[in-house]
Design a protein around this ligand. Structure first.
Ligand SMILES: NC(=O)c1ccc[n+]([C@@H]2O[C@H](COP(=O)([O-])OP(=O)(O)OC[C@H]3O[C@@H](n4cnc5c(N)ncnc54)[C@H](O)[C@@H]3O)[C@@H](O)[C@H]2O)c1
Length: 410
């Protein structure tokens, strides 16, 4: 079998399949990733190099950039990126490119499962017709096509690719049956749904649920600020209710490849049906403005000390979008840095997981020695609450702290 796209989703999935006894060919356009996998070197923190190397050594997992290897495979899972374009519209070009490759290599008996998060209708309206055109093959008869959203949460230890229940929808009932037989050995619990559209929508509901509730928590922070209340005291007390309340917390804004992006796939699709997804638009507006709120907080605390932002030394702790990972995609820390730089601050960052940033026009390197950097700064912004930070030390050495995560408890 094959996994196409060996990133945060594809590599752990390939490993789960290989551990279940499949012979896995990983296909990726990035030659550095292909080389690393074939050398048994993992670049994803959820996969240890040790377990990867042992699978590679015994021939259970290998990687290539050669799509013609798909002719050897009975099954394929597709895990390529689904970002947004600069305009905020879905960029499904990666799915389109891979579908063109699959069109060349699809053969009788093959099962194909799209895992990339996307808008309802993608599998049925975009992938299916292309695979049936000029191949003489029919889904549900001569090949099998399904959508199964990935739910991996990078950095999480209690739920893995194998133990997290997996939703599967097929373009026909036969397609679900075959896709479930394919995933069965690798995933403990499978949850069939009636269509690929439903499976696509399940993923968007899950991530919209998070984006909207984080948006609410962020708005509660803004409201508590105006009311002179401590938002954390209010949230913690509300969370003692044993039913009917779920704890979400405010922060610097949304980050990563999923929560800030996926709901916009849904609102884009709905726009084409003349419907405005109001909760999504509102949450996106509140969440994407949080870095502005925190940059203003820095200005306010410096002002209280009779200092201007312009020329002040600001140290940002954490540029990864969440704790204990190295992923800076869509990270709100980068927005906070940009906003403070625009106000003339001399901004540096420290992140134990991100030694340098070369991303969307950014070129910065982490300060190496944290203690002197804390002492030299005029203000420290805690943007990511990595577990390895010693918050007592930060509190002791930093002259001023703006804490977007309540990392410092008192
Ligand atoms: N990262 C997460 O936490 C997460 C969780 C659930 C779902 N998802 C979804 O899974 C999908 C993949 O996300 P990811 O975080 O693994 O992305 P990623 O960028 O980490 O990995 C994608 C991989 O695809 C490769 N690729 C790009 N174009 C290709 C092509 N034409 N052929 C073969 N390989 C190609 C890239 O080189 C990269 O290695 C996205 O749709 C994402 O929304 C991600």
């Amino acid at each position: 079998m094959a996994v196409i796209g060996l990133g945060y989703v594809g590599l752990p999935l390939g490993v789960a399949f290989a551990e279940a006894g499949y012979t896995v060919i990983g296909v990726d356009v990035d030659p550095a990733k292909v080389q690393a996998i074939n050398d048994g070197r993992s670049f994803i923190s959820d996969v240890s190099s040790e377990s990867l190397a042992s699978l590679v050594e015994r021939g259970s997992l290998s990687a290539t950039s050669d799509f013609s290897r798909l002719t050897e495979c009975d099954a394929v899972s597709i895990c390529v990126p689904t970002p947004l374009r600069k305009t905020g519209d879905p960029d499904i070009s990666y799915i389109v490119t891979v579908t063109e490759e699959l069109h060349k290599h699809v053969h009788p008996g093959m099962v194909l499962v799209l895992e990339s998060t996307t808008y309802p209708g993608t599998t049925n309206e975009l992938v299916l017709p292309r695979l049936e055109t000029d191949t003489g093959l029919r889904a549900g008869e001569s090949f099998f096509l399904a959508f199964s959203p990935e739910r991996v949460d990078p950095g999480r230890k209690d739920w893995t690719t194998k133990t997290t229940p997996k939703v599967i929808g097929g373009v026909t009932p036969e397609c679900v049956d075959v896709a479930m037989a394919y995933y069965g050995p690798a995933i403990e619990t499978l949850v069939p749904v009636s269509s690929t559209d439903a499976a696509e929508m399940v993923k968007l509901l899950e991530n919209t649920f998070r984006a909207v509730n984080i948006g609410l928590a962020n708005e509660v922070l803004l409201m508590c600020d105006k009311l002179g209340l401590d938002v954390w005291e209010v949230i913690d007390a509300a969370a003692t209710k044993p039913f009917g309340f779920m704890r979400f917390v405010p922060g610097p804004g949304l980050g990563g490849h999923c929560i800030p992006i996926d709901p916009l796939y849904l609102s884009w699709r709905l726009k084409s049906l003349n419907y405005s997804a109001r909760f999504i638009e509102l949450a996106s507006d509140i969440n994407s403005n949080m870095p502005r709120y925190w940059a203003q907080k820095v200005q306010d605390v410096l002002n209280d000390e009779r200092k201007a932002v312009k020329g002040s030394k600001v140290l940002v702790l954490g540029v990864a979008y969440k704790k204990d990972v190295s992923d800076v995609r869509e990270s709100p820390s980068l927005d906070i840095i940009r906003l403070l730089q625009a106000k003339g601050a001399d901004v540096r960052y420290h992140d134990p997981y991100v030694s340098e940033i070369e991303h969307e026009g950014f070129e910065m390197a982490s300060v190496l020695d944290l203690e002197p950097a804390l002492l030299e700064s005029d203000c420290v912004v805690i943007a990511t609450d990595h577990s390895s930070y010693d918050w007592d030390m930060v509190q002791r050495l930093a002259p001023l702290v703006v804490d977007t995560r309540r990392a410092i408890k008192n």
